[in-house]
Design a binder for this molecule. Sequence first.
Ligand SMILES: *Cc1c(COP(=O)(O)O)cnc(C)c1O
Length: 360
Amino acid sequence: MDFNDLNSQYNRIQKNIDRSIAKVLEHGKYIMGPEVFKLEKNLENVTGVNHVISCANGTDALVLALMAIGVKKGDAVFCPTFTYFATAEAVAFLGATPVFIDSEQTGFNLCIADLESQITQTHREGVLIPKAIIAVDLFGLPVDYKKLTLIAKKHCLKIIEDGAQSFGGKIGDAIAPSFGDIATTSFFPSKPLGCYGDGGAVFTNNEEYASIIKSLRVHGKGKHKYDNVRIGMNSRLDTIQAAILIEKLKILQDEINERENISLYYNSIFGDRFEIPIIPEGLKSSWAQYTLLVDNRDEFRAQLANKGIPTAVYYEKCLHQQQAFLVTGQKLRKLERAELLAKTCVSLPMHVYQERIKFD
Ligand SMILES: *Cc1c(COP(=O)(O)O)cnc(C)c1O
């Protein structure tokens, strides 16, 4: 048994995927072909966001979003410390400084109280200019954007939703990623909506941001490809990947529903022994991961491995503990809840197309 099972999914939709890819090979428009624009339209329809701009991967999506709001050296961008490296890498890549925030007491997303205190402290120190918050919908559960927006407004900060793991998650009827000033996602194969390679997208209702991002993804183009008005990137989604995603988007909701069923099954088995994921009223996770907190993690993983059940650890190190960020002038402070998560988190397989795993 593998931790991820993308083969069974491919078997289910093989005919449609193969046909969709074959069409691209026939028309030969490998870069920015018609499927890219069709996918963007479909993503706009599903999320209700006015502008979806696809790009090469979820990390670039974050860089494009940060560039659109003008993040640069000397700016502070607040982000959770318990997340994938790319969240804060995008900030540091542009020369700005990530300011790391602890995790909430129950759950995996950023702690709003710690966020507020770090914003206040950064203002007080007067060295960095507070510019934006990157909120990560970790493991698929959207952040409380109502609360976050109040804080952002109060301190004149922009919000970027890192929805790399939350495509299809919901707050009420609103579908992620569609929150904040700009939202981003990743189409890395194992994400909720994955392609067969690298891919990503940016979502915004702001027309000005959308037009800047469209320019940035093609070398800062102006009127056309050979008219360059700003320094940009080469960050386009391949047409073949778009063709794959058009097919995968059709089955996404079924898969999320099934992962929710699996999460309930896991809750029933582990709920009285370990800390299980808590989904607040009115929210839906995309269930990118089902993650438990287990004190004797190594022992627990070894027991499951003996039964042939694979597990994974996302993430065993917080970002404030990563060597790469030591040089960005981080203040060393203890982020207790996040450090506990890093020591005790363990994720279980989410196999939509297989029978339920037996644990006894
Ligand atoms: C996967 C991921 C990214 C980066 O996406 P890539 O497509 O791999 O570049 C960024 N943020 C989070 C939270 C992720 O899980």
